[in-house]
Design a binder for this molecule. Structure first.
Ligand SMILES: [Zn+2]
Length: 240
């Protein structure tokens, strides 16, 4: 660990800890409480730097910094708690690893790292699901309430939409100017019924609304399905 790293950590940690002189002792007062926060689920990194400091995290629209080293550009921050002072700090996973901060269940090293990974993947999944449900809820009006509530129910049960459901949703989101992240939506295409929907949708809507949501394998499958079908019709190549 470089001196710079240690000095940064001291500067930030001592004011919130009981121990005031020895970093190794101060570090041991802190526990990662199994909390990960996704600061900006929809953001993209851009060079727009004018950070504020809120709840231990420096950030603006585009950036977040680790509350310990202050240097990393972060999207996910991990909440640590001091058992003596009850202060909280958001830090990056690298600092938890470097300073070997103990987890709530008492793990350090590799075992704690496994917990970090597991918690991160849970957080990512929750972020995606919340985004999808938020989008659907925004689509609801007095005329389509029943339809969108049934989409929400379907999504909660299946974790994905059929291609036709997805087309209806994507067009609605676009019409209402609701920004959505296509990568957070999922399509299911296991059954023949769902595969046939690809033909019902038509190439333009397929390229615009459905392809951006598909996995690579689903794209390949759709491509070969369409190619086979188009060969029978006009022999022209698949449009994507
Ligand atoms: Zn850090």
């Amino acid at each position: 660990m470089t001196n710079w790293w240690l000095e940064e950590a001291k500067k930030r940690l001592f004011p919130l800890s009981k121990e005031q002189n020895i970093l190794e002792i101060a570090i041991k007062e802190w526990i990662w409480i199994y909390e990960v926060i996704d600061l900006y689920p929809d953001r993209k990194f851009e060079n727009n730097d004018d950070p504020e400091f809120i709840d231990g995290v420096e950030y603006n629209e585009e950036y977040a910094y680790c509350g310990l080293c202050g240097k990393e550009r972060l999207r996910y921050v991990y909440l640590i708690n001091n058992v003596f002072t009850n202060n909280f700090l958001y830090v990056g996973s690298k600092c938890i690893e470097k300073f070997d901060i103990v987890s709530q269940s008492g793990n350090i090293g590799e075992e704690r790292n496994k917990e970090l990974k597991k918690r991160l993947s849970e957080t990512k999944k929750t972020t995606q699901q919340n985004h999808v449900i938020d989008c659907l809820e925004e689509c609801i009006d007095s005329l389509n309430e029943e339809k969108y509530l049934s989409f929400i129910k379907y999504y909660k049960e299946n974790g994905a939409f059929t291609p036709l459901q997805m087309l209806v949703i994507a067009r609605r989101l676009e019409k209402q100017n609701i920004k959505y992240n296509p990568q957070f939506f999922k399509i299911k295409m296991r059954r023949d019924r769902e595969k046939k929907q690809i033909f019902q949708i038509g190439p333009n809507d397929l390229i615009k609304y459905i392809i951006p949501i598909m996995t690579i394998n689903q794209k390949k499958a759709s491509y070969s399905l369409l190619e086979t079908e188009l060969k029978k019709i006009d022999g022209l190549p698949c449009p994507f």
